[in-house]
Write a protein that binds this ligand. Sequence first.
Ligand SMILES: *Cc1c(COP(=O)(O)O)cnc(C)c1O
Length: 385
Amino acid sequence: MTSRTYLSSPDVTQAEEDALVRALRSGWVAPLGPEVDAFEADLAQATDRAYAVALSSGTAALHLGLLHLGVGPGDVVVTSSMTFAATANAITYTGATPVFVDSDETGNLDPALVEQAIEDQQRAGARVGAVVPVDLLGKVADHVGVSAAADRHGVPVLVDAAESLGARRGGRPAGADGVGAVVSFNGNKIITTSGGGALLCDDPEMAERARYLATQARQPVVHYEHVDIGYNYRLSNLLAAVGRVQLARLPQMLDRRRGWRRRYRELVAPVDGLTVFGGQDGVDAAAGEDHDNFWLTSVVVDEAVTGWSADELRLHLAEADIEARPLWKPMHLQPVFADRPAYTNGTSERLFRTGLSLPSGSALSDDQFERVVTHVRTFLERKTL
Ligand SMILES: *Cc1c(COP(=O)(O)O)cnc(C)c1O
């Protein structure tokens, strides 16, 4: 009997279980405590940041990061159309309007189109409160190009690195770029606390303000005194204990996912019209750098060449109880955001139609992975005979 094979299920071991029980027995069950402080220090170190603020989700981190930048009602925020809805939702929580910008071939923001969007919005009289680039499926975006475009127009950058923890580009770890950056520890992400996230930054006031707003904006007096609207956004001490073990295990997890990527590359290489999504992994061996944390390995199917579609492969795998999923449906095509401004070039729509993410999690056993390979190979053989 085989069980369902998921794209990226949580990778937890005895070490996480032990850490959770230790935290529980330590008495620090009430939200904050020493595990949160230690997890924040570990995260800041891993991402070359001065501060990390551990929060209840990546979405909460985006929300607080935007609030710190002064984003509010009437503003627009330029972001990637090719992303998970959380990015656009957090922008909407502030009262601002998301403005969607299309991608290059890696699925990440096209810097030239970002500049065009900012100029166009400013010319129309809008205040562009922030640019929020997203590191899609674990691949670090061109933050040098995006930040240069934003800087020229005086707009701050908040990076959505929810999917890219552990990757590096230009000598910098994912999460190190922008005024602030956001990571996520949701259940399917590269590391997990079951649910959680963090805001990374270098400005002590930004970190302090985020902690304050995340704990109901309570004033430092003996009674409960409030001069701002706050949120209940902190990560619990118990979950931070799990996060510390996960972060320590991240290098091993990356190795495993990198291995799957290599195998998928071998599998698709001989097939015309079938490629691994995202181009080169940007491996700079000398610098020990992967632009990607291999969170999800995806393929792109050029149906005009292959004669079959990404959806046919998805359905074939589904019959074997193997999960495969299209890339994010672009935000400018989502019913809830369809009336927001969008600067498109056709890339994200094409990637949505032709892309398919395959099981990539570090918790996959060798046997589970071989089963996926066998089923993909059977499909390819049947189609090319
Ligand atoms: C997962 C994700 C988020 C949200 O993180 P949560 O911790 O689930 O709130 C935000 N942006 C992107 C791109 C994500 O993939």
